[in-house]
Write a protein of this length. Structure first.
Length: 288
């Protein structure tokens, strides 16, 4: 199983779990709110934060943008999408803040122009969102930048995933098992797919979760996920479609604490008697 180097760390089997805090669009167009979530990611021990970048007029049709949709930004879908999109000024501030705080940041780009936009910054990798897995041109263009790729597989068949991997190649590739429901129900998570993806592609496999709570994310690591990505928020009651599937500070802290304990709890598998068991043997065993 290969390892992928992202900045100064390796991601793969026998490496510390690479934890990504997905800020996404939960910042609701506010850099100050984004900074608060960066602070949460730093204080809880995340390895990186992730945003989403779209060129609105490329990703969405005029008809889609004109649809009525009431939000804190206005009355159309276009008002919403544009209100949630950071530009160069905002990302420069985010870049500066993440460097100050010592945490990696990157983004999932939904179109080629957004990839060009992100190339203005020294980001360590790119994420391919589940919605973009079938976009061959975007996959090729993102790969052309020569950086590690994190590929999310929500709403995708195995055949679609195989095709995307063929387009991208396996070099510096991490595949993420994912279910694109927000939040996901227990019977939609199918964590055993992590094992199948590892066997099929022989490359690092992570887990991008949208569940309520933290147990599935910890189980994902226990069965082989080398990375976990979860949406985060300052408050799940905030406005926004991703808030309900996000973790607040306490939940993120407990998830990371338990993820870091997984290798210790699993051990090496060799059965032995521990020193702390010896007094118990003396106390409880009739026949020694």
């Amino acid at each position: 199983m290969t390892k992928v180097k992202i900045a100064d760390r390796y991601v793969g089997d026998k490496c510390p779990c690479f934890v990504v805090a997905e800020i996404g669009i939960n910042h609701n167009g506010s850099v100050e709110l984004a900074k608060k979530m960066i602070d949460i990611a730093v204080t809880t021990g995340c390895d990186a934060v992730k945003f989403q970048k779209r060129t609105i007029d490329i990703v969405y049709t005029k008809e889609e943008l004109a649809k009525e949709r009431k939000s804190i930004f206005g009355n159309t879908n276009g008002d919403l999408k544009r209100g949630l999109e950071f530009g160069i000024k905002e990302y420069r501030e985010i870049d500066k803040y993440c460097k100050k705080k010592g945490i990696l940041w990157f983004a999932s780009c939904w179109d080629e122009k957004s990839v060009d936009f992100m190339e203005k910054f020294d980001i360590p990798c790119y994420k391919i969102a589940s919605a973009s897995l079938t976009d061959d041109n975007l996959l090729k263009y993102t790969r052309s930048k020569g950086k590690p790729i994190l590929l999310s597989t929500g709403m995708s068949t195995m055949e679609e995933i195989k095709h995307a991997v063929k387009v991208l190649g396996k070099k510096d590739l991490i595949i993420y098992h994912c279910t694109s429901t927000y939040p996901s129900n227990a019977d939609e998570m199918n964590l055993n797919a992590i094992k199948i993806l590892k066997e099929e592609f022989n490359c690092p496999v992570g887990y991008s979760g949208h569940e309520r709570g933290i147990t599935p994310s910890i189980l994902a690591v226990a069965i082989g996920a080398c990375s976990v990505e979860r949406h985060i928020t300052t408050d799940r009651t905030n406005w926004g479609s991703d808030q309900a599937a996000s973790l607040e500070t306490a939940g993120l802290y407990h998830m990371i604490r338990d993820i870091r304990q997984v290798p210790v709890v699993l051990g090496n598998g060799k059965k032995r008697v521990y020193e702390r068991e010896i007094p118990i043997i003396e106390k409880l065993r009739r026949v020694k």
